[in-house]
Write a protein that binds this ligand. Structure first.
Ligand SMILES: [Zn+2]
Length: 347
């Protein structure tokens, strides 16, 4: 039998679940704003895992992933404790914005401080109350507005525990990347806390494949941590493929872009990814791949300025590795089709 779990001044007994509201700040109207956490505390002992979304307030795919996760009946068999935080950045979420009302980026404000800006205070609160109680975490993100991402996991894959969980998640691609300064991932990497970052889809839009890959990935991670019984083998994706680096291809000219590659497509160095023209039918500028790899991010807005980031390419030394990603995506799309045929409309 597990012991009691304490958070926000509340005590949960083994087998209890509760919505705990951690006070953040008040609106101008004096209405209090909180950081709501759904706490599920299993009967049996096990690790504590946090699952968070909307650190960037407009990245709403993760909110839906956590909503569907919380509806899973299998959670009744939970071992350990799940801290589900579907909306970390409540104020930014209310404004459908990436940023807080003080125009700061919460995910550049870690580790934060109790006496700093609103963003710094929220970062500190999240670290103290959520990350500080967890042994593992999964943070859900999307690309920016008009910039969809292929579903993939980013993490410090040099940490064997992070690598194990990243492989268990079952996304089509794993990207080993160095975290930027001030991010949650920089903090957790420095402190050796295995945290996965799931990137999928774009801001303010839903994408069913990104959502389902995310829900399945969280269940797979919880199984790998022995928090849930092992997932059914039939629902697993093929072995994920690891990319060691990535780079953005930028526009060499301003104009109107015609994209010629899809997310997940394998590209070779020098290949044409798109063509930039002008509204008068003048000369065109091709956009060329700077390395062999797979397109993991792409602009969906055809209007571009010189210097704009257009295509995010995960690099692979060997073309056959990149082909593995394409196979995984085909498998994920097939699984999505099967799921759509076999499942009721209300999920
Ligand atoms: Zn984000």
């Amino acid at each position: 039998m597990a012991g009691n779990f304490e958070i926000g001044g509340q005590v949960l007994r083994p087998g209890e679940g509760r919505l705990v509201e951690l006070p953040v700040v008040s609106l101008y109207t004096n209405t209090p704003v909180s950081l709501p956490v759904r706490v599920l505390h299993g009967r049996e002992p096990g690790p504590t895992l946090f699952v968070s979304a909307a650190l960037h307030g407009d990245e709403i795919i993760g909110v839906e992933i956590i909503r569907r996760l919380l509806l899973q009946r299998g959670l009744r068999q939970l071992r350990g404790t799940l801290l589900a935080v579907p909306v970390v950045n409540t104020l930014a979420f209310l404004h459908q914005s990436r940023y807080l009302p003080d125009r700061r980026d919460l995910n550049r404000s870690f580790p934060g401080s109790d006496k700093g800006s609103l963003a710094a205070r929220l970062a500190k609160l999240f670290l103290r109350e959520i990350v500080g109680r967890s042994q593992y975490g999964v943070d859900l993100h999307t690309g920016a507005i008009h910039r969809p991402n292929l579903p993939h996991i980013r993490g410090d894959l040099a940490n064997p525990q992070t690598l194990r969980l990243a492989q268990a998640f079952g996304a089509p691609l794993l990207l080993n990347s160095t975290p930027r300064s001030g991010t949650l991932r920089e903090y957790t990497t420095e402190h050796g806390i295995p945290v996965l970052l799931y990137e999928a889809g774009e801001a303010l839009r839903f994408d069913e494949m990104a959502i389902r890959t995310g829900v399945r990935g969280l269940l797979n991670v919880m199984s790998a941590l022995d928090m849930l019984p092992a997932a059914r083998a039939a629902t697993r994706l093929p072995e994920p493929v690891i990319a060691r680096s990535s780079s953005w291809v930028r526009a060499a000219a301003s104009g109107v872009l015609r994209v010629q590659v899809a997310l997940g497509e394998q590209v070779r160095k020098g290949e044409v990814l798109g063509v930039i023209g002008d509204p008068f039918g003048g000369p065109e500028t091709p956009v060329l791949a700077s390395a062999h790899g797979v397109v993991v991010g792409s602009t969906a807005l055809p209007l571009v300025y010189e210097g704009d980031a257009l295509f995010h390419v995960a690099r692979f030394d060997a073309p056959e590795t990149a082909a593995g990603v394409a196979r995984n995506i085909v498998a994920a799309r097939r699984a999505l089709k099967r799921a759509r045929r076999s499942q009721p409309r209300v999920v």
